[in-house]
Design a protein around this ligand. Sequence first.
Ligand code: KIV
Ligand code: ZN
Length: 514
Amino acid sequence: MNDRVMIFDSTLRDGEQTPGAKLNSQEKLEIARQLARLRVDVIEAGFPISSPGDFGAVQLISREVKGPSIAALARAVKEDIDCAWDSIREAEKPRIHIFLAASDIHMEKKLRKDPQTCIEDAIRAVRHARSLTDDVEYSLEDVTRAREDYVCKVVEAVIDAGATVVNLPDTVGYTVPEEYGRLIRNIKARVPNIDRATISVHCHNDLGLAVINSLAAVQNGARQVECNINGIGERAGNAALEEIVMVMKIRQHQFPYETGVDIKEIYRASRLVSKLTGIPIPVNKAVIGKNAFAHSSGVHQDGVLKDKRTYEIINAEMIGGQAAQMNLTARSGRHAVRHQLESMHYSLDDEEFADFYNRFLELADKKKEVYIEDLEALIVDVSYVDPVYELEYFQTVSGSKTLPMALVRMRRGDEVFEEASSGSGPIDAAYNAIDKATKIIPVLENYNLRAVTRGRDALGEVSIKISYEGKKIIGLGVSTDVVEASVKAYVDGINKLIKLLSYYNSRQGIVPGK
Ligand code: KIV
Ligand code: ZN
């Protein structure tokens, strides 16, 4: 029996620290549910003291998501730890995750504290956390630039104080595999009580070494790996979960370890995180990039047709993707469409499916063939937010010698709002008209357009980020017409924003946009 390596997913905490990746509570819950399906061991759901929104999201996930442990991050201070505990106390398996600087540069320059004071803070914090729960992780921030003697002292002290997991983060992505492996080995050899805790690793990707450093640590005794879906995270990101797991799966001989991850859920998790954070997956991304299973050279295609193994070490089906192209068209019946969705691991209830099928037919009328990627894009378009405003109609005018204009008609319950506006282009004009109709004028922080499939009739998928009164929201829209996709994304963003604002304003009785 191979050794078990625990997978600690920090997509919702370190991953969310990616610039521009802000998620709301519902989006976090949706991702957490998918992480539970993926069967990660631990979900780090957030840093509760950092904001009421983060606290609420961690609490929601703790209440709703069963299976993995739910971890909440805290600095080594009582207030943070109490707040973390309040957010996870209803979880099936709660974990408090405390971090404190271990390197001289962090202690001196950031904390302005001496090493002895930091050890005392660490012990006090771990003891306090252990008085609240049995599962306490302690992270020695920036350990790869710390003095080894000091590191050994801290590790021993926090284990004595009750830490059950000791994490050795390469906070700035500085280490290299041989050096990191040696650090783990030395700690195992030098810390007398090390057998009472699990050694965890957490690698950042500043030099592109996060995955290989994590694997080197496992080979030297680490038994928990902290990693994120699609490798998102602070700065250059963290070790990519899908890469860590698939290396261990494909190269069992070199890495004879087991994880509990259901690899069939990787593809779906990856797509979901990309959609909700608005961070695209690079086409050449290992394991889950769009090109990872595409063969373009004639020699490769010939080889693959004769025997896939000539050029393929992983296939899309293994991770829950779909290799074979299928031809859904406007003539494909409900049964075929539902069957295809199920094979892609999407299960919609009857009402959701009816809505989905109508959208499918609308699209199939415009395109000859509907690809898997199109279906996925349409799924995302079936938003879980009941729309406050519905877009009934829009029209834009633009050209090389015309002032771009837009007319929109929106419905809110029984009220209809029709507005016209100009703009620097048709999308800007439409957004201005929508602002007039809804009386909400958010800042457009980010706009992304991507072609979902190939060809001139490809679906365009627009993801935008808007901000309003300190709240940031992602809106998504899909259509073969890029202006329509842009308008749908904006309306989706505004609807989500209204939901979020009414949640915050409910106590004061403010109705946004009125
Ligand atoms: O990179 C880091 O050191 C962290 C800690 C909080 C574990 O994210
Ligand atoms: Zn980190």
